[in-house]
Design a protein around this ligand. Structure first.
Ligand code: CA
Length: 600
């Protein structure tokens, strides 16, 4: 594909913001401005609060049933398509899984390709990607599109031409470190995390200068205080200073160096508090007997100063994990009343099956309740200590190595995985795509070899006992920790939700349906079968006076790894293949974006 000259409409759309591009720090002002314009979709999760809510209401509960396909676009890539497109001015930016092709489409010309970027990457990265070759999207800032490639390289592309401005190699794919997450642009920096918790990779978040790609700060998930950017006196956990060597003390010997805590999920940002929020993944290995201690700071929510990276507060949800309940899911920032008090909240639906509501300024734990009634590994979370009350029967450590612990709920892929939720300030509800899956888990001793899987457990997955569906789409009240309604789905809902001012909530299903439901009642209002299973996130934008809904289909991801990677053993794909076998009767591979609109 030859690079085409940008069309004049694009230049015009950006002319008004050119002045802001001149200074780096002001890029944040530009993003703050664009994120408040519902016509555009400027960040993967819609805005810094990650609420995936749009103020557009042209499509509403009364007319959503009339939606039609406006246009479609094939990415030419067969494996799982997570994430979704960005819309800035008259341009749409679409990404694909490995080889991480990026397309810039001109909405004023019916989606004509303005430029296409296809990085050259060593295909040896494919076998070290645990859960399909997914990528969760690009980011925008300062006239650049930022791509976090599978091989960990961060690339800055000129948004108008697709020309590479700079690149920085973030990690070492030969050791199993990969890139799957979307970057977050904050002020003059672009932040990325890493993947590879199943290969003994140590988690980290790195902030790069947006102007030149140089590292501004880097914070690891485990190790000495200076390396994890934790101040023993000032950084708090549930209101108390963490103290000296708070991570090192929770590991035996040097295990922390291959201890995981990768940061492959979503990040949020509160501009007033100047705090960045994200979570860390599982401690390595999956065999808990090989890593005595709390394994801090795996499975932890971090609130870090955006300028320096220093942690203000942190909270470890699942100390000494025994189930691979990565803590990386999205952090939704919302302002609501809890117990009659106005609060700046952070709401997080963890893999471990609990929905957490915290004060995002102080890190105080306000609510922690099960968002899937099937969850059985713990009975409750103590709000004072923050600790889960574990059930011994489902402890893979208590039962010992080479013992198969059965009927643990949720399964390793959690009551929810990367599929981001939505929050509507209109209804005050959170809309959560969930997995309703349990598992058998048998840990075994494993030796570490750089670049080789460092898992040490055999798993199989299935629906909860006596049930036959693997997913639910729920509405959740985060101020009380209660499910308002729950829609059963035959498979996990692995797609990101969208809530709109039109009182409609959208999500995709693994069989390939785009569904629209009433935000108050959950009543289904519309469904359309797209070309492949949906693990992408539903986005919306307005162009030329018309509201559109856009979603990537393309089955795969952890839940669809059997189809995406051609695996057939039930325990393959870290235990997911058996549970989702029936999926191949409903859909087939292939990445396509489908764009919907109301008829003229
Ligand atoms: Ca993991």
């Amino acid at each position: 594909m030859a690079r085409l000259t940008p069309v004049s409409g694009f230049v015009l759309a950006f002319a008004g913001t050119m002045g802001l591009w001149a200074t780096q720090a002001a890029a944040n002002d530009e993003l703050l401005k664009i994120q408040d314009d519902p016509k555009q979709w400027v960040m993967p999760l819609g805005n810094y609060s990650s609420n995936r809510y749009s103020g557009l209401d042209q499509i509403n509960r009364d007319n959503v049933g009339d939606l039609q396909v406006a246009w479609t676009f094939s990415t030419g890539v067969l494996r799982g398509h997570e994430g979704g497109p960005l819309v800035i001015g008259n341009m749409m930016y679409v990404h694909a899984p490995f080889p991480n092709t990026v397309f810039a489409l001109d909405l004023s010309k019916g989606g004509q390709i303005v430029w296409k970027y296809e990085p050259q990457q060593d295909p040896n990265v494919i076998p070290v990607m645990c859960c399909d070759t997914v990528n969760r999207g690009v980011a925008y800032g300062d006239g650049k599109i930022f791509l976090h490639q599978a091989d960990t390289k961060l690339v800055a592309l000129d948004a108008k031409t697709g020309k590479e401005v700079w690149s920085a190699m973030d990690g070492d794919a030969t050791k199993g470190e990969t890139g799957t997450s979307a970057p977050l642009v904050v002020k003059d920096k672009v932040l990325i995390g890493n993947s590879g918790g199943e290969f003994g990779v140590l988690g980290k978040v790195t902030a790069y200068n947006m102007s030149d790609g140089k590292i501004a700060w880097r914070a690891f998930s485990a190790g000495p205080d200076d390396q994890i950017k934790v101040d023993p006196e000032k950084t708090t956990a549930l209101g108390k200073p963490v103290g000296k060597d708070s991570s090192l003390k929770t590991w035996e010997g040097d295990q922390w160096k291959i201890g995981g805590g990768t940061t492959w999920g979503w990040m949020s940002y509160d501009p007033e508090l100047n705090l960045v929020y994200y979570g860390t993944g599982n401690p390595s290995t999956w065999n808990p007997a090989q890593r005595p201690g709390d394994n801090k700071y795996s499975m932890t929510i971090f609130a870090r100063d955006a300028d320096t990276g220093m942690a203000k507060w942190l909270y470890q949800m699942t100390p000494h994990d025994e189930w691979d309940y990565d803590g990386v899911n999205e952090m939704i920032l919302a302002d609501q009343q809890v117990n009659g008090q106005d609060r700046k909240l952070l709401v997080h639906f963890d893999r471990n099956g609990f929905g957490y509501t915290l004060d995002r300024d102080t890190g105080e734990l306000l609510v922690a309740e099960k968002y899937d009634p099937a969850v059985n590994w713990a009975t409750k979370i103590d709000l004072k200590t923050g600790l889960p009350d574990r059930v011994k029967e489902f402890s893979t450590e208590a039962n010992g190595e080479d013992v198969n612990t059965t009927n643990i709920c949720p399964a390793a892929l959690g009551s929810k995985d990367q599929q981001p939720s939505a929050y509507s300030p209109k209804t005050g509800l959170f809309y959560v795509p969930t997995n309703h899956v349990c598992m058998d888990y048998e840990p075994f001793k494993v030796a570490y070899t750089a670049g080789q899987p460092y898992v040490g457990a055999t798993l199989s997955m299935y629906p909860p006992k006596g049930e036959d569906h693997l997913g639910n789409f729920i509405a959740w009240d985060a101020t009380t920790g209660k499910i308002k309604w729950s829609l059963p789905e035959p498979f996990s809902v692995w797609s990101g939700a969208l809530a709109t001012a039109g009182d409609v909530v959208f999500y995709g299903t693994l069989e390939g349906y785009l569904k629209a439901v009433d935000a108050e009642t959950g009543k289904e209002l519309y469904r359309f079968k797209t070309p492949s299973g949906i693990i992408g996130n539903v986005n919306t934008y307005e162009y030329d006076g018309k509201q559109y809904i856009a979603v990537l289909s393309g089955v795969g991801g952890w839940a669809g790894i059997g189809m995406a990677a051609g695996l057939t053993e039930d325990t393959a794909g870290l235990g997911a293949v058996g549970a989702y076998k029936a999926l191949s009767s409903y859909t087939a591979l292939g990445g396509t974006m489908t764009v919907f609109a109301l008829p003229e």
